[in-house]
Design a protein around this ligand. Structure first.
Ligand SMILES: Nc1nc2c(c(=O)[nH]1)N[C@H]1C(S)=C(S)[C@@H](COP(=O)(O)O)O[C@H]1N2
Ligand SMILES: [Mo]
Length: 353
């Protein structure tokens, strides 16, 4: 990947128009309506005939399977609210800017996903001795970094066996929309978006770690191409604020009436429960605790709110979340070549009138 100082290019704009973010006012919904959920599609959305479609389960298993959608739907059914966030969220705020999908902070959503636990399917196939990872392959194909490939990513076996990992066929109580992975996708609560492979066609149990493009070259935290880098895995803590007041059309700067108001938002972390959210009304100089709502699930975002006495003038509002491990949000981003995992605290300019 390349990084530049210049304005966003036509190619980045093309990606941004295909892969939309969640309009931030949709933070008001505890469960994100499907059409407002962010979208990230590396190649093209495949058209799938769910009658002939099969999920193949193979590799180092005792009994390879070919499951129809009805077979998957007949298995134990679980629904879970899960916050999904793209690993590139915050990329376009980095300087220099890594060239890829130019997200600001809006690559997030919190849908209710329904499916069957992956674990039961793997146990049904019988995971063989010396297995180390499970590979998930989508039906979409493209070229990236000069490599022609199916979109595919692996998970360590112990992570794949966690009870909350789902093969999901519904989003918010409806069959998956085409853009979100119809007929079946992986949901790995707590992990960044690239792990949640859409349009699943094959699950392969591996005795060697997967070293394909999306694992070994992409989604690594590194400062130059020569470094192997650490893999991108779970989401660090992040919080976002419902944009207060009303926006200016072009700049999205906010206008507010003076007097007491309630600032609110959502916070999440893949590392553990969000235990604290703080709000700063003055560009990060002073911080005060926000009130926390109960999360809808251990893997869904948590609502927060904060009473603010808005005084006339210009202000910069921020929020930051801390999770049960003590991890929190930095005020300045840490740069890396792919522009991943930038969870720096959001800054919102407001004018109080
Ligand atoms: N098969 C496939 N799965 C995929 C992708 C993809 O391009 N192809 N994109 C991944 C990335 S990078 C993200 S952030 C999430 C986005 O999921 P959503 O579009 O349902 O929000 O899907 C992941 N799963
Ligand atoms: Mo992503």
């Amino acid at each position: 990947m390349e990084a530049v100082e210049s304005a966003v290019s036509r190619e980045e704009l093309q990606l941004a128009a295909r892969n939309h973010g969640m309009p931030l006012e949709a933070l008001r919904y505890p469960i994100t309506p499907a059409g407002l959920h962010y979208l990230l599609i590396h190649y093209d959305i495949p058209v799938v005939d769910s009658v002939t479609w099969r999920l193949e389960v193979g590799g180092n298993v005792r009994t390879p399977l070919a499951l129809s959608l009805d077979d998957v739907r007949a298995r134990p059914r679980v629904s879970l609210a899960v916050t999904l966030e793209c690993a590139g969220n915050g990329r376009a705020l980095l300087e220099p800017r890594p060239i890829s999908q130019p997200w600001l902070v809006e690559a997030v959503g919190n849908a209710e996903w329904t499916g069957t636990p992956l674990r039961g399917v793997l146990e049904g196939a019988g995971v063989g001795d010396r297995s180390v990872e499970v590979l998930f392959t989508g039906l979409d194909r493209g070229v990236e970094g000069d490599v022609e490939q199916d979109f595919e990513r692996s998970l360590p076996l112990d992570e794949a066996m966690r009870e909350e990992v789902l093969l999901a066929y519904e989003m918010n109580g409806q069959p998956l929309p085409p853009q979100h992975g119809f007929p079946l996708r992986l949901i790995v609560p707590g992990w960044y978006g690239m792990t949640h492979v859409k349009w699943l066609k094959r699950i392969t149990v591996l005795t060697q770690p997967f070293d394909g493009y999306q694992q070994a070259r992409s989604y690594r935290l590194r400062r130059d191409e020569e470094e192997p880098g650490e893999p991108v895995t779970r989401m660090p803590p992040r919080s976002l604020m419902v944009p207060p007041g009303i926006p200016d059309f072009l700049t999205r700067k906010r206008f507010l009436e003076s007097g007491p108001c309630v600032l609110s938002g959502r916070a999440w972390s893949g590392g553990g429960e969000v235990v604290r959210v703080e709000v700063s009304p003055d560009g990060g100089r002073t911080w005060s605790d926000a009130g926390l709502e109960q999360p809808l699930s251990p893997f869904g975002w948590r609502g927060w709110n904060f009473e603010w006495d808005a005084q006339p003038g210009e202000h910069e509002l921020s929020s930051r979340a801390t999770d049960a491990t003590g991890a929190s949000q930095p005020l300045e981003p840490a740069w890396n070549l792919g522009g991943y995992a930038n969870n720096a605290a959001q800054r919102i300019s407001v004018v109080v009138r």
